[in-house]
Design a protein around this ligand. Structure first.
Ligand SMILES: *Cc1c(COP(=O)(O)O)cnc(C)c1O
Length: 466
């Protein structure tokens, strides 16, 4: 492709993107597609000769678009959001054109230094103290894996990487049953093992981990010759927004010399609003924190903000520094590849910079506050409906509900199926204490109060049918 063709298509795609986003309400949120349909529509063999962009585009519209679930849809109330605000899309286009590989300071000084500054901006914006240094990771899962690797190495006196884990005492990590699956996977990958990830019971309306049970487990493990290493606390867990008492967890961890990593993947973005910070009160005592600006804040996937107090522990765990990567003579520069698991790194700070400037913190706060308010209003209206019960109260913009009466589990699932086949809104299920529930979260950039009211209409209309 030549650059003249590129420019023409660039304009066309920009116009298409604005139109697509502007008319999303007309589409069903979830792709109404049978498994295998897209693959069957794609030729079995790659083309030998060049094809015209016009033909490729026509196939994109014909084959790809019907199989897209519209995550930017204003009535996407499923999972958590994966927001891409328009400003961050533009920034990603710039990054795509620059295509820098930002593994070292010298492989793009502006990318490295902007990353340092953007993480300072995010720390300030979310009220994290300056003792936290930051790095942008690809995902919260990667940040949590990095945190578990540091917990392991520190607990083993830095012997794990050097000697392997055979013959080492078992490293123990603690979390609640509400913790994200990425914590368990991190335990597998770090060689800690599922059986050494101790899942603790939760207590109270916040469904936070029982700090006394944590302390008992640590004492029992230490007495048995195991190596308690760290705790993963959650703020706004995925199922129902469960939030541990971070201060209480840190108090126990401090008494026994354990590290604390806080997973606030979704809820962290809301901490730009001071009134929500009670959810992670005590976070300043944690050793590391991760949240995803690629969820609620609007910085296009992928962008995970990983804060840590002792980056030297992380680089001691992850830095390889072969001769050909050494940045001779550049003392004091940060090479962020030593802070993450992959060597290569995208220029992810640019979209934060463009997004935060284009929206302003006040604009982003207003978006999040609207979502929280509208979600609470919907929760109140559903609570008043006969036949519907609220199962978990709103945590920020997330709550869960279900149908009451006979066969409530099956009818709740049947309702969910009807809602998602209907297409006007999209919701996802979870279980609370073994009971089937439906999650609702409002979080898309372009959601309005009317969209949330539509959710009420759809839910109550279809609930009458099951
Ligand atoms: C979404 C989520 C994750 C995983 O985030 P990725 O960036 O996709 O790895 C981890 N923890 C919680 C609480 C989440 O909501």
């Amino acid at each position: 492709m030549d650059w003249e063709t590129f420019e023409g298509w660039g304009r066309r795609i920009a116009a298409w993107a604005a139109d697509y986003r502007g008319t999303l309400r007309e589409r069903p949120v979830r792709a109404p597609l049978a498994p295998g349909a897209t693959r069957a529509a794609l030729p079995a063999r790659p083309p030998e000769t060049a094809e015209a962009m016009e033909d490729i585009w026509a196939d994109f519209e014909r084959i790809v678009m019907p199989g897209i679930t519209h995550w930017q849809h204003p009535r996407f109330f499923a999972y958590f959001p994966a927001n891409a605000a328009p400003a961050s899309v533009l920034a990603e286009w710039i990054t795509a054109a620059l295509a820098p590989q930002c593994m070292l300071w010298q492989t793009s000084p502006a990318a490295t230094e902007m990353e340092t500054r953007m993480m300072e901006w995010l720390a300030e914006a979310t009220g994290l103290p300056p003792a936290f240094r930051g790095v942008v990771q690809d995902s919260a899962s990667s940040a949590t894996l990095a945190a578990l690797l540091v917990m392991r190495e520190r607990a083993l006196g830095w012997a794990g990487n050097a000697q392997g884990l055979a013959g080492q005492p078992a490293v123990r990590v603690y979390c609640s049953g509400e913790a994200h699956s990425s914590v368990e996977r991190a335990a597998w990958i770090a060689g800690i093992g599922r059986e050494n990830l101790v899942t603790l019971p939760v207590r109270g309306a916040r469904r936070g981990l029982d700090a006394e049970a944590l302390e008992r487990a640590i004492l029992r493990d230490a007495a048995a010759g195991l190596r308690p290493a760290g705790v993963v606390a959650c703020t706004g867990a995925t199922g129902t927004g469960a939030s541990d008492d971070v201060a209480a967890v840190c108090a126990v961890a401090e008494r026994h010399g354990l590290l604390v990593h806080v997973d606030a993947a979704w809820a962290g973005s809301a901490m730009i609003c001071p009134e929500f910070r009670h959810l992670w009160a005590g976070v300043e005592r944690a050793d590391s924190v991760v949240f995803n600006p690629h969820k609620w804040l609007g910085a296009q996937f992928d962008c995970a903000a990983h804060f840590l107090k002792a980056p030297e522990d992380l680089t001691r765990t992850l830095a390889i520094q072969p001769e050909y990567l050494r940045t001779h003579g550049a003392d004091g520069v940060v090479d962020y590849s030593e802070w993450s698991i992959p060597l290569g790194r995208r220029f992810r700070a640019l979209k934060l910079w463009v997004l935060i400037r284009a929206e302003g913190l006040s604009g982003l706060r207003a978006m999040i506050r609207d979502h929280v308010r509208w979600s609470a209003a919907l929760c109140a209206r559903l609570r008043a409906e006969p036949g519907i019960e609220i199962v978990t109260e709103p945590v920020l913009s997330l709550f869960t509900f279900r149908l009451t009466g006979e066969d409530a589990d099956a009818r709740t699932l049947a309702l969910l199926q009807r809602i998602n086949d209907d297409g006007r809104i999209y919701l996802t299920p979870t279980k609370v204490d073994g009971r089937q529930v439906i999650r609702f979260q409002a979080g898309a950039v372009e959601t309005t109060a009317e969209d949330v009211e539509t959710a009420f209409d759809v839910i109550t209309e279809l609930a009458r049918e099951v």
